[in-house]
Write a protein that binds this ligand. Structure first.
Ligand code: NAD
Length: 426
């Protein structure tokens, strides 16, 4: 088995020690159900032809059609997409959504393409995977370097192929094309609800809690701002080019404003207002991870905390907004050092939860106000945080193992309902 997926599977192996589920179920969950690799030829603006590699994986659909984001990034590979689809399977089960797990992606550096090229590539990707997706089969959504506009192109292209408007094929769409209010902020909002539930119980009041956020994109910038407005001291943030650190706390709305205007945090280092208002140091991403803070929020990519740097992490609590930012070997090291990790399959599940709300709204044709979206999200995130906490306490296991146990019990019920060895042979 390939590296990322086998690392992901180690979490499953660990959780399997604490549940009594059917052996058939465990066997099934070790393998992705279907993996598609496609080549997408794109006419570039200069007239040349480039062929891009794209992927879509449906990991398990026992609980419903599969659901998962589409990533545009140079490191996208079949291994990465399968691992992300694996996590989506467990995430949907943790939140009790009627979905299985999927993921997709294209290997490219989106910053090198023009907007025209990006649109042609996205539409070409949908042409290539159209038979593999659908509102009752598999529903893509945004992920790293894909956004509302990309989802709108995907929905439009799929509708052209099907010769009918099919909004429920993709979530995270622009509101004007059937998107849900609150979807853009949902991942960060969901993480915020988990933190609001957990941190006071751990004796951390906002004004006495320092936070570092790695990754200042859709998820990271919004969680940083939500925490800032709730009174937490967000002392460091970073993007792919590096980070900024101010022990007295950063003015996050200004940092966001400058980043949005200049498209990179680097612009914040220089003459703009944040520099004048708040003293700060320029730090690397490695330094950000190792800061002496109460809370660390990795919100960029996977494999950021590994066996190599785990013993230098000083945060007391880690909330995984990114998918898979901690490797399984680093997990063990952090656990031994008493650092509590709130796992990705709970913390960042707000995105898929509101994607589910969007799918429901598309299928019913009735659209909800923002307040309803956020109230339902808060309820789901709070209930499942409490459920996982209770399992962790009962079984004396980490929150990650507890989350897998919780998901496994739900997956077990769905897979068993169709009959297992136990049923047929007894
Ligand atoms: P995004 O593309 O909006 O932002 C990614 C950010 O990470 C950018 O600021 C980028 O500069 C930064 N980054 C990239 N490489 C980095 C590095 N080596 N060090 C530090 N920063 C780096 O993506 P996003 O949607 O915010 O997703 C971020 C993470 O959250 C991913 O792991 C994604 O799978 C996860 N996630 C996102 C959603 C969602 O709805 N957007 C839902 C669930 C999980």
């Amino acid at each position: 088995m390939s590296s990322l997926l086998s690392d992901a599977n180690q979490r499953l192996e660990k959780a399997l020690r604490y549940v009594t589920i059917d052996e058939d179920v465990a066997t099934r969950l070790h393998y992705p159900k279907a993996s598609l690799m496609v080549s997408i030829p794109v006419r570039m603006d200069n007239g040349s032809l480039r062929v891009f590699q794209g992927y879509r994986v449906r990991y398990d659909d026992s609980r419903g059609p599969t659901k998962g984001g589409v990533r545009f990034h140079p490191s996208v590979s079949m291994d990465e997409v399968q691992s992300l689809a694996f996590w989506m399977t467990f995430k949907c089960a943790v939140l009790n959504l009627p979905f299985g797990g999927a993921k997709g992606g294209i290997t490219l550096n989106p910053k090198e393409l023009s907007k025209f090229e990006l649109e042609r590539l996205t539409r070409g990707y949908v042409d290539a995977i159209a038979d593999f997706i659908g509102p009752d089969i598999d529903i893509p959504a945004p992920d790293v370097y894909t956004n509302q506009m990309v989802m709108g192109w995907m929905m439009d292209q799929y509708s052209i192929i099907q010769r009918k408007i099919t909004p429920a094929v993709v979530t995270g769409k622009p509101i004007s094309m059937g998107g849900s209010l609150g979807r853009e902020t949902a991942t960060a909002m969901g993480a915020f609800f988990v933190m609001q539930r957990a941190l006071p119980q751990l004796g951390q009041s906002p004004q006495d809690t320092t936070v570092a956020v790695q990754g200042f994109g859709n998820a990271g910038a919004i969680i940083a701002e939500l925490l800032y407005h709730a009174g937490y001291k967000v002392v460091a943030v970073s993007d792919s080019k590096g980070g900024i650190y101010a022990p007295q706390g950063l003015d996050i709305p200004s940092v966001r404003h400058i980043k949005e205007a200049n498209r990179q945090l680097k612009a914040v280092y220089c003459a703009a207002s944040v520099c004048n208002d708040v003293e700060h140091d320029v730090i690397t991403n490695e330094q950000l991870l190792e800061l002496d803070v109460d809370v660390l929020v990795p919100a960029a990519l996977e494999n950021q905390i590994t066996a190599e740097n785990a013993d230098r992490i000083k945060a007391k609590y880690i909330f995984e907004v990114a998918n898979g930012p901690i490797t399984s070997s680093a997990d063990t090291m952090l656990e031994e050092r008493g650092i509590e990790v709130f796992p990705d399959i709970l913390v960042n599940a707000g995105g898929v939860t509101v994607s589910y709300f969007e799918w429901v709204q598309n299928r019913s044709g009735f659209y909800w106000p923002l307040e309803e979206v956020n109230n339902r999200l808060e309820k789901s995130m709070t209930v499942e945080t409490e459920n996982i906490w209770a399992i962790a306490r009962d079984l004396k296991v980490s929150l990650r193992t507890a989350a897998y146990v919780h998901a496994l019990n739900r997956l077990d019920a769905a897979i068993k309902a169709k009959g297992t060895r136990d049923y047929y042979m007894n």
